[in-house]
Design a binder for this molecule. Sequence first.
Ligand code: 5AD
Ligand code: SF4
Length: 466
Amino acid sequence: MTQEIAVLSTKPEMALESPAVRKVFVKTYGCQMNVYDSDRMTDALAKDGYVSTDVMEDADLVLLNTCHIREKAAEKVYSALGRLRDLKKKKAGEGREMMIGVAGCVAQAEGDEILRRAPAVDLVIGPQTYHRLPEALKRVRRGERVLETDYAIEDKFEHLPAPDKAKTRARGVTAFLTVQEGCDKFCTFCVVPYTRGSEVSRPVAQIVAEAQKLVDGGVREITLLGQNVNAWHGAGPDGEKWGLGQLLHRLTEIEGLARLRYTTSHPRDMDDSLIDAHRDLPQLMPYLHLPIQSGSNRILKAMNRRHTTAEYIALIARIKTARPDLALSGDFIVGFPGETDEDFEDTLRLVETVGYAQAFSFKYSTRPGTPGADLEDQVPEDVKAKRLERLQALLLSQQNAFAQQCIGKTIDLLLEKPGRMPGQLIGRSPWLQSVNVDAKSSQIGDIVSVRITGAGPNSLFAEVVS
Ligand code: 5AD
Ligand code: SF4
């Protein structure tokens, strides 16, 4: 599973004006794993003298890091490529070269088609081969159009450079760290097992070394990432396979690492040791993204989720017993083939029963190559739209109710970045909410005690308590 976030572009890290400096503009679509990958690609390119820019027109290389999870996400790539073709032409007229690369899940799934439909594209590179990016660009400079979508035999993480201290600092006090890639679950709606391949877990030593580097660069909170992160089973230093609970324990030994999170998880992979970690590790934040997708057992079966609603509800109860202040987040799909009004009502009932602090919900999007695409009984678009509207209204009311419950509470806040108003900072609550508070910028990275005084539509307000 991947959690959808807003479209981002990487921040500029240096503004060197030397003509020898090459500039790369990276546009990231989709989930946090892509955000992490974009940074790692930028780091790999730094060795070749590339610095990142947030002005596309200035770039010598434009990289689109793409998402294939729903049809709309994939379509965005082709419209972006149309605009890039015009920019490339304009720059060529001015005697300036611009290379265009497509990375990410659309590259992996539709590499040949991209090269066929978009002649301006110089390079297509899949997520398993990002460490080969500098070499691939050399081939482009020699006049080749490059397609790199094979699954690499070598471990890409061993070959991708970790960010240096200065870059880590510039990226802030929270960081992502991919520990697992791919998925073996094969939910019938999902492209991930095809675009990201089968599950691969990074070894403990590699993860700990990267986490230590991040902390040395000022990071206070790390979110471990994986398409199915709680299926992580990496090689431990003792030669045994470790589980995520054990890994979290090990990471809490890193001095200065104040907070840990992980996303995103499958209910079937919440083992006892991971649930116990929620009880035993104060550094593990009381917030869990645990999607169920539907509240109907019939639809869960058709989705190949391999659990029932009753099992999910019982699991949540166990996790909340371990960590009573835990807030839940989830993903939902409406209009999966065959979903009746009754099935949808079951989803609304489940949401009422469980109660979510936050959730993401989507209309089912048919993905070619997945079993769901061949099912009869596809739900009409207007029915999906109406169901989504009702579900989102319910989820929003739960989110607002959760925010209201926070008012008056005293919580620990990690001060993250400057706020909109002078003298204000934005921090992150244990439950991943943005919180505005008056504080000095020298306090960024500190964890302070604050009292929540109010709630707006997207963030909370608080005052520091001494
Ligand atoms: N259609 C709609 N939503 C989907 N998701 C995954 N595949 C599809 C699809 N074909 C949603 C799931 C998943 C989230 C990242 O995206 O809810 O958890
Ligand atoms: Fe996709 Fe299911 Fe795997 Fe999540 S668990 S990535 S939804 S196949």
